[in-house]
Design a protein around this ligand. Structure first.
Ligand code: FPP
Length: 234
């Protein structure tokens, strides 16, 4: 049997994670403030998620703010917090209509309290969604998430296996990402989902995130469909 027939390939990823990089450079090139880049990025993010869910992707995980990003200038952080508020206030009914459950991962004790409340309210309001899950990583760092899981495991007083450990992470209960997309030319993981990405296919785009179109997502999906995933086997 030809090799490609012996290794069944899922044509479509179940779970896509995206590092939405390049908002600042996109804005700079247009002589706009960085906040305008984040605003354009949010619009792109909404459109990409609509497109992905309509194509049958089940989980979208988006890196919206890292713990390291929290040391950015106050003005830029305020602009990002403003976008999060706007997103949570304006998009929940649409998520509910489409059957998308919202989940927010990260250390929300590091962001203003009203955002924490809006995020938890959004999760509650959409929790019955069965079509897909939208995971927003806010004030998220994978090392911190892993450490917190390790500490909880240690408190349990006995060794845990991989599955049990996965259930202690922010992404508990979700399948691992099949495909990671990073826009903005850089080729690194930047403390995103370090445990979960063990066997994820990586796709890097030179486009800045606000310029990464739905068609570009289709290209990434086509590329994914041609990959042979062996998960360490032959
Ligand atoms: C990285 O680009 C991007 C961010 C730190 C923020 C991403 C946030 C959004 C796209 C808005 C999300 C909105 C919601 C509601 C989740 P960068 O600023 O580091 O770009 P640069 O590398 O070009 O400077």
């Amino acid at each position: 049997m030809p090799k490609e027939l012996s290794t069944p390939q899922p044509a479509l990823p179940r779970h896509i994670a995206i590092i939405m990089d390049g908002n600042g450079r996109w804005a700079k090139k247009r002589l706009l403030p960085r906040s305008a880049g984040h605003g354009a990025g949010m619009k792109r993010m909404i459109s990409l998620c609509d497109h992905a869910f309509s194509r049958g992707i089940r989980v979208m995980t988006l890196f919206a703010l890292s713990t390291e990003n929290l040391s950015r200038p106050k003005e830029e952080l305020e602009a990002l917090f403003g976008l999060f508020r706007e997103y949570f206030r304006s998009n929940l009914s649409k998520l509910r209509e489409k059957g998308i459950a919202l989940r927010v991962i990260g250390d929300l004790s590091l962001v203003p309290e009203d955002i924490r409340t809006l995020a938890r309210g959004g999760e509650e309001a959409t929790k019955d969604g069965k079509t897909g899950t939208l995971v927003l990583a806010i004030a998220y760092g994978a090392r911190a998430d892993i450490l917190s899981a390790v500490n909880r495991a240690v408190e349990g007083g006995r060794p845990v296996g991989e599955e049990e450990f996965s259930a202690l992470l922010g992404t508990a209960g979700l399948p691992a990402p099949d495909l990671l997309i990073r826009t903005g030319k850089e080729k690194r993981i930047s403390n995103f989902l370090l445990w979960e990405l063990a066997y994820t296919e990586l796709y890097f785009s030179d486009k800045m995130f606000p310029a990464f179109t739905n068609r570009d997502l289709d290209r990434a999906l086509d590329d994914f469909a041609g990959r042979e995933r062996r998960f360490g086997k032959v």
